[in-house]
Ligand binder design. Structure first.
Ligand code: WTA
Length: 694
């Protein structure tokens, strides 16, 4: 670590004079209370929310120790509430925020935007909740949502929450196979999707992908019979027909079928495949639906949503969150970590299809009555200054993004950033993967002009909200460190034998006691939940990340220590990519490792062995790449595919990925290779490495 990077950035007096937590000692005081007396700490916070009936049992009840019985976590069981009521009706009726903007929506095209107030959002949500009920959706049913970043996505998820149905949102970049897998695992009864959308200049024909998924579901006997489709790309037609009042005329860049820009004056609209009887247009079912809808009063421990995340077995895991604890944790972490103030305009660039979007686009900001920006597009379209032009357009004060976006913009230099004012910015956030000190410093110096603290937030789909993070007014910052635990979070670092390490140390990052927003189970597979997170070190929740604690007590995440990869902040397991490759008839064996990448953080480096009769050609390589892309989605596209005449294995037949990782990096310092069944394979693999110079 260079001297520059070891620097500490102390909170400056001009940083947030009205900060919720203005000093480190105050953080420490609040923190101590939160972990020593969770009941008092979270109980006080719970009083700010609406509960139909108070809790009846213990405030917190749990078992983290698999050796003592079933693992379970319950916060405020017996209390009844509704999260949708709390994030909308409470703001409109009690806090009188009905006319406040809930979201500014910024479309892919810069001139395409809308806004929606809390009251308008509440009405739309009630209407869609009534639509869902009229389609027979009831409490505990699962609704799959596969949509671009549009306001209807927020409406759909909150409508589910309002009637006690579980939303299970699938990122719109996932493939038909991935969507089908998740619909079947969740036993979903209805799908909400959209016609099509543009990401930058690329057309995504979403309904067509959804249709392929539904066909696959049908072939596998899945009972899903209903699909509601938002006319998003086609909404000018609605505006013309007068069916949709909120449609600014879209000035068009035009695109042909491949998504290339064309000269024509008409924007290309794909033909939307349609299955009568199953498919319904959103605007048709919404028209005439009542804007009143009594919420379903749910137990604090009732299920709220399922969100799939990669698992090391290759099959995605359905992470399940419940109502009460998640609500308190998302709301509280949003308030403190971004030091939320009522006049803020907050913008989180994450897609709602990931947990960051669930907690910090929808639930956290709305629970606080915040005004946020939702952005449909990408940081580089129509040019690499787009983010900053949005910041200026809406006078964004708090901005939350991923290191991969920062590195991408860094590559284009300072000029596109400096061209925009950005003077509204007050706090910058980072999430999804370790942020390298170089990117941190660029974010701090260039984007924030040394005026804005950076909150590097470490957390997971499973944790529901921030676990390790600085607080803007309180924490001296070290570039690359996620600093200290958030309220209610008790981290520990364990060695391989499960002993807690004190002081300066490096090892497995675990958490010792439950926090309100933690997952409760893997949907439909509690034994897998226990085995994945609680078995290795009984009594602890195991994150799967490695971590260092320095002499000042700062935590530094060192990355995954299981078979997971983090591509542009998105987790993937090596085995899901390996099984996608194995489905190709030419592949007899495959092994996938991570490789450092200057923009994505990590990328995929794949080794494949072929069946007799196949030859490793450029066209086969392209086919394999496509295979993975089709099977999982574009984020999983391999950067490198290397032919492997054989793979390094132990005598018991286990592939040694440790060695493959070194081969991919051209690192000849292999350590002990004596356990390999056939060490000669290593030279052959080194000799036909892919060229990894970027
Ligand atoms: C990684 C995303 C370092 C980590 C919210 C974790 C991070 C995984 C950080 C969870 C960070 C997330 N610093 N690493 N600030 N944030 N990670 O479930 O490996 O998509 O386990 O949740 O991302 O990814 P997930």
């Amino acid at each position: 670590m260079g001297q520059e990077q070891a620097r500490i950035f102390h909170p400056r007096p001009e940083w947030l004079p009205a900060a919720h937590v203005p000093s480190l000692s105050q953080y420490e005081r609040l923190y101590q209370r939160s972990v020593e007396d969770p009941h008092a700490f979270w109980g006080d916070i719970a009083k700010e929310f609406y509960w139909k009936t108070p809790y009846t049992g213990p405030f917190l009840n749990y078992n983290f120790d698999v050796t003592k019985g079933k693992v379970f976590i319950e916060w405020m069981k017996g209390a009844t509430t509704n999260i949708c009521y709390n994030v909308l009706d409470r703001n409109v009726n009690e806090k009188k925020l009905g006319d406040k903007i809930a979201f500014y929506w910024e479309g892919n095209e810069p001139e395409d935007s809308m806004k929606i107030t809390y009251k308008e959002l509440l009405h739309k949500v009630c209407q869609f909740a009534n639509v869902l009920r009229s389609q027979g959706v009831k409490k505990e049913d699962r609704v799959s949502i596969y949509m671009p970043m549009i306001l209807e996505l927020v409406v759909a998820m909150l409508a589910c929450a309002r009637i006690g149905a579980l939303h299970t949102i699938v990122f719109a970049g996932f493939s038909a196979d991935s969507l089908c897998e998740r619909i079947i695992d969740g036993g979903c009864c209805l799908l909400v999707t959209a016609d099509a959308f543009y990401r930058g200049d690329k057309l995504i024909n979403l309904k067509q992908i959804a249709d392929e998924a539904l066909q696959k579901c049908k072939d596998r006997g899945c009972p899903l019979k209903k699909c509601i489709v938002v006319k998003h790309l086609g909404r000018e037609e609605l505006a013309v027909a007068g069916t949709c009042s909120k449609s600014p005329p879209l000035k068009r860049l035009c695109h042909d079928v491949q998504g290339k820009q064309t000269e024509s004056s008409q924007r290309f609209h794909p033909k939307i495949p349609w299955t009568p009887g199953r498919d319904m247009w959103w605007h048709e079912v919404m028209s005439g639906a009542s804007t009143d809808c009594e919420p379903e009063w749910c137990d604090s421990e009732d299920k709220l949503f399922i969100l799939y995340t990669s698992g090391s077995t290759g099959k995605p895991k359905g992470v399940l969150h419940t109502v009460g604890g998640y609500m308190l944790f998302a709301a509280t972490s949003f308030k403190y970590v971004f030091d939320y103030q009522p006049e803020d305009v907050y913008w989180c660039t994450a897609d709602i299809g990931w947990i960051t979007g669930h907690s910090y686009v929808t639930y956290g900001p709305l629970a606080n009555g915040a005004t946020s920006v939702i952005f449909e597009g990408v940081p580089t379209y129509p040019d690499v200054g787009r983010m900053w032009s949005i910041v200026d357009k809406y006078k964004v004060t708090k901005f939350y993004t991923a290191p991969t976006a920062i590195r991408l913009l860094m590559k284009h230099g300072e000029e596109p950033v400096r061209k925009h004012s950005r003077k509204s910015l007050k706090v910058l956030g980072s999430v999804g993967e370790p942020i390298n000190p170089e990117a941190w410093l660029w974010y701090y110096r260039v984007v924030g002009e040394e005026r804005c603290p950076i909150v590097d937030t470490f957390w997971q789909t499973e944790t529901g909200g921030h676990m390790l993070t600085p607080l803007p007014g309180a924490t001296p910052l070290k570039p690359g460190s996620a600093a200290f635990p958030f309220f209610g979070v008790v981290p520990a670092i364990l060695n391989e034998s499960g002993e807690e390490l004190e002081g300066e140390a490096e090892g497995y990052l675990v958490f010792k006691q439950p926090w309100p927003g933690m997952m409760r189970t893997l949907y439909g597979n509690h034994p897998h939940f226990e085995a994945t997170y609680f078995k290795k070190f009984p009594g602890y929740y195991v994150t799967g990340d490695g971590c260092k604690r320095d002499k000042d007590g700062y935590y530094w995440i060192t990355g995954r220590i299981d078979d997971m990869l983090n591509i542009s902040g998105h987790l993937l397991s090596t085995s899901e990519v390996e099984s996608a490759l194995l489905e190709h008839p030419a592949v007899s064996e495959s092994a996938v490792v991570s490789h450092p990448h200057s923009l994505k953080g990590e990328c995929l480096y794949c080794f494949v062995s072929l069946r007799v009769g196949y030859e490793f050609t450029k066209s086969l390589e392209d086919e394999l790449r496509k295979q993975v892309r089709d099977k999982i989605g574009p984020i999983a596209t391999p950067d490198y595919i290397q032919y492997a005449p054989g793979l390094p294995k132990t005598r018991s037949g286990k592939i040694t990925r440790r060695i493959l990782r070194k081969i991919a990096r051209d690192d000849h310092d292999l350590g002990d290779t004596s356990t390999l069944a056939d060490p000669s394979i290593i030279d052959q693999l080194f000799s036909n490495r892919c060229n990894t110079k970027q």
